[in-house]
Ligand binder design. Sequence first.
Ligand SMILES: Nc1ncnc2c1ncn2[C@@H]1O[C@H](COP(=O)(O)OP(=O)(O)OP(=O)(O)O)[C@@H](O)[C@H]1O
Ligand SMILES: [Mg+2]
Length: 385
Amino acid sequence: MQRIPYRTIGIVGGGQLGLMLCDVARRMALKTVVLDANPQAPALRRADETVIADLFDRAGLRELCDRSDIVTFEIEHTDTGALSDFASEGRAVIAPSPAVLERIRDKALQRKTLARHDVPQPRYVLWDEPSESPPDGMAFPFVQKLRTGGYDGRGVAVLQDPASSRLQGASIAEELVDLEVELAVIVARSGDPATGETRDMRSYAPVRMDFDSSLNICTRVVAPSGVSATVERRAIAIAEAAVAAFGIVGVCAVELFVAADGRILVNELAPRPHNSGHLTIEAHATSQFEQHLRAVCGLPLGSPELLRPAVMLNLLGGAHSGLPVCRGYHELHAIPETRLHWYDKSPCAPGRKMGHITCLGDTVEEAMKRADQAEGLFALDGSSD
Ligand SMILES: Nc1ncnc2c1ncn2[C@@H]1O[C@H](COP(=O)(O)OP(=O)(O)OP(=O)(O)O)[C@@H](O)[C@H]1O
Ligand SMILES: [Mg+2]
């Protein structure tokens, strides 16, 4: 017999991804400490312990490391230099390694790393000083992406012509891909965060991501994806090559474009649990959150098998900002195999991710019908009173 290890997992960031990690950690007899500047952040209410500090606060990050056995992330925007120091001082194991985060959160470095490993991706050029005319090698229309800091489509602009308004800041310019469909593959990789040596790697089958094209934000995730078995196989092989190129430990979501001309291209990587994997909680043998904890703790990885077709709906804030109010809460619960996940965030703001709903079914069509029903019945907005 052994004592239950009760290892402590430090999590940088207190959003909904952290919240769902905390819920699983508790079930697995792991303890959690979450760092976030906002005392109202959703994960702080579910963590065993908290550190209230900015994501870039060196003393706060040191405290997080000192109170944890293993530190991981739900967001990439943090002081990776400080975390590298704390890892080499032996204060905590940090997974994925801070060096991996540095190469991923800067879209230019991410693209360069993928290019070095011959991973297929959209054609791109660096555009550190965006001007009126396109950078050398690019022509209208093309896509501008801020190198750092963008999320939920906020650092992305499609530039149609010289009159289109540009984003401010160092960027990359990419070919505008004619998209047939967008997929995501979640790859779990366990290994040594310091040396990058692989122990095991397992991938979930691709899911399809449907977008609101005006906001560039994902509204629905569908499993199975509906693309051919050949495309699924190629997508998984490309996603695994991308994850291996960075030496990521933990789960990593690889967002992929299937282009109208048949190319499969890496859009971007998120080296942590991801919105595209929320449906793994109900639909798969092992959720992405459990898989991430298994990977960073060096435990055997779980099965990524899809058990039931599923559709996940993001619950985005409506037109107004304010205290969250909804309609259809009661009616939603009458839909079979439909579950609400509420992140308990306030205020509700336009486009803000407030929660999600997962619908299962015998077939993807049945899950989709239930998702349509849920979307028709349930609505969110912000109220001023
Ligand atoms: N090169 C491209 N060609 C066509 N569409 C693109 C291109 N790059 C991005 N998009 C569209 O914009 C969306 C958002 O882009 P991207 O994933 O790079 O932004 P993000 O803000 O970092 O993402 P996230 O929403 O994952 O936080 C993509 O999912 C896709 O729909
Ligand atoms: Mg994206």
